[in-house]
Design a protein around this ligand. Structure first.
Ligand code: PGA
Length: 250
């Protein structure tokens, strides 16, 4: 059975509340005007805007997710947010292990795994990010690095219903540079084969590509065999660009 693609927007730390509401409302209107979308859709706003965006998207086909969470349910963790809070704010998914979290907050695979476990415990879908740096790509260790991150970050019980993998080469994020289609295909094929060995239904797990995806390159990337959608940063802040990427799945 074909995997239904997912296009997820990662808004990162951008926009005030009114911007978030306008962006969410604009996406819904654009999608509804264009007819049934050829994929599932998700946006991940900054934490303070979750409730407002959930409201703006209520009744639409666009889901809401968090960009990160703590692995504990509650407690003395200043500045953190738990998976149950995300669920309470209307989220169905949460990104974990984004390279910006791994780099800015020293999150290693064990931390990412603990967060993904917490996401699963609340019945949410974990979008687990992996990807090599430019130095690792140049050293020829991309497949090894990605496989190690995958094996280390995936929790027990990960399966197609509760887990999405996002392959995001660190050097492609926000840079306008993307790997060649061959390079994307090679990594996605490798992720698929690793997943087949460690999860129940690894052949059905969605594997997203992320890193400078835009309306110009999305169709070719999304046409690759083991690319089942995109995790979109910069282009997800523009209504027309995000919606054009959504339409590129069809
Ligand atoms: P980008 O970000 O599309 O701006 O490169 C992608 C991401 O970091 O998820």
């Amino acid at each position: 059975m074909a995997i239904r693609p997912l296009i997820a927007g990662n808004w990162k730390m951008n926009g005030l509340r009114a911007d978030a509401i306008a962006l969410a409302g604009g996406i819904v209107k654009n999608i509804e005007d264009g007819g049934a979308a050829p994929c599932d859709m998700l946006v991940c706003p900054p934490f303070p805007h979750l409730q407002a965006v959930s409201g703006a998207l209520a009744g639409s086909a666009v889901a809401v997710g968090g960009q990160d969470c703590h692995n504990a349910d509650a407690g003395a963790h200043t500045g953190d947010v738990s998976a149950v809070m995300l669920q309470d704010a209307g989220c169905s998914c949460c990104i974990v292990g984004h390279s910006e979290r791994r780099a800015d907050h020293d999150e290693d695979d064990a931390v990412v795994r603990a967060k993904a476990t917490a996401v699963h415990q609340e019945g949410l879908i974990a979008i687990i990010c992996v990807g090599e740096t430019l130095a690792q790509r140049d050293a020829g260790t991309t497949l090894q690095i990605v496989e190690t991150q995958l094996r280390g970050s995936l929790p027990e019980g990960a399966e197609a219903e509760n887990t999405v993998i996002a392959y995001e080469p660190v050097w492609a994020i926000g840079t306008g540079r993307t790997p060649s289609l061959e390079q994307v295909g090679e990594v996605h094929d490798h992720i698929r084969s690793v997943l087949a060995g460690i999860t129940e239904n690894g052949e059905a797990v969605r594997i997203l590509y992320g890193g400078s995806m835009n309306p110009g390159n999305a169709r070719d990337i999304l046409a690759l065999a083991n690319v089942n959608g995109g995790l979109v940063g910069g282009a997800s802040l523009k209504i027309d660009d995000f919606c054009a990427i959504v339409r590129s799945c069809g």
